[in-house]
Design a protein around this ligand. Sequence first.
Ligand code: PGA
Ligand code: ZN
Length: 431
Amino acid sequence: MEDTAFEIVGVRGLPALDSRGRPTVKAIVETRGARGVAIAPSGASTGSREAVELRDGGRAWKGRGVGLALSRIETVIAPALVGLDSRDQALVDSTLIALDGTSNKSFLGGNTTTAVSIANAKAAAATAGLPLYKYLGGPAARVLPTPLMNVINGGAHAGNPLDLQEFMIIPVGASSLLEALRMASEVYEDLRSIIAERYGKQATAVGDEGGFAPPVSRSREALDLLVAAIEKAGYTPGSDFLLGIDAAASQFHRDGAYILEGEGLKLDRSGLLEYYEGLLSDYPIAYLEDPFSEDDWEGFKEATRSLGSKALIVGDDLYCTNPQILAQAIPEGLTNAALLKVNQVGTLTEALEYSRIAGLAGLRVIVSHRSGDTEDPFIADLAVALGHGLIKTGAPARGERTSKYNRLIEVEDELGSAAKYAGKEPFKSPH
Ligand code: PGA
Ligand code: ZN
C-alpha cells in the first residue's frame, strides 16, 4: 500500500448522545485510504486530576453542549493534523497536547482530544486493513480479557442508598470469553428474579452501568445477592465466579472521615480498612478498586499491604490514567493494579505510556469504560491489544455495555484457536 494512503486529509466533529442522554464529542479522522470514528465517553465519579471536558455552559443541553469542542476541532485541530501520517500516533497526540497548552486539556477539552486521538488510531488501522486490536497490539495479541461485570450499582451511579459504587461478578471459571458471557448472563437473569422476589418487581430497574439498583443500603446485602444469584444459576462462588468492588471512596470521603451514610457508619482510615478486611474474609472478593480517597495514599498503602495478596487493589481516581502520577506513586507501593480510561488523560499515547509504566512495575492494567458511555466498542480492542487480561465494562446489558462484549465475541471468533481467555490468570499471585 502506498504510504500516502495514511496521510490525514480531514478531521471533523459531530455531536453525539451518551448513555445518560447527554451530549458528547464524536470525531471523524479521514486518511486518503479510510476513516476512523470515535466517541468520547464521560464519567460521573471523576478524579480531581482528570483531563477536563470542554462544555458550553448556558441553557441549551443544560450547559453540557459540545459546540465549543466541535469548533476547536474545526478551527484548531483539523488544520494542524491534516498532512500528518496517521500511523504516527505519538506525533498526532503530541500535536494535540501542544495545541491545548494546558496541564488538564482545558483549552481543547479532554473530551475533544480523546475522540480525535482514538479516531486517528482507528483511521490508521482501517487504512492498514487491520483490526484495531492487531494494529495496536501487534500480531501476537490474542488474550481475551476476563470481564469485571458491575451487576449491582450504587454510589454516584444509582438512586439507592448503597455507599459503595459497584459490585461486580467475575466469570473466571469459563474457558472462553463467550462462555464467560453466557455464565454472566445466566447469573444476571437469576439476580433479577431474586431481587424481584425479595424487594418487589419495581426494584429491578437498572443504574448507569446496567447493573440493578435495588433498595439495599449495606454492602453485605449486595454481596449476599450476588452469592445467591451465582448459586441459583448453578455456579460456585469462589471458583466459577469471583467478586469485585469499586468503592469509589473519594465520593464518600468528607473532612478526613469516610461516611457510609446508608450503613450509618463514620469511619477513619483504619476503620474502613477493617471494614474491607471483614468483607474479604467473608466473600470471595478478588478485586477492590479505589478503597480509599484519591488523596489518601496511606490508606492505599495499608490496603495493599493487608489485602494485596488476596485481591487486586486498583487505583482509578487515584491515578487518573496519568503516567506522571503513576510514576510518582509506584515507588510508594500504593496498589498492585491500575485502571485505564483514555479520557481521564485525554490521548491514546499518554494512556499507552501509563500502561507501559504499570506493566514494567508489575501492576495489572484494567481497561475501563465510563459510566456515561456510547456504542463505540473501542475499549474491547484496546484490552485485547494491551493483553493484561482484564476489562471493566459493566453489566451484560444496555447497548453501550454490550457493544464492548459483542465486539469481544467477534474478536474471539476471528482469532479462532489462537484465542486465549484470561480466566483466573490475572488474579493469580497479586502482590
Ligand atoms: P465513572 O465511574 O465513569 O463515573 O468515573 C467508573 C469508575 O469509577 O470506575
Ligand atoms: Zn472506579
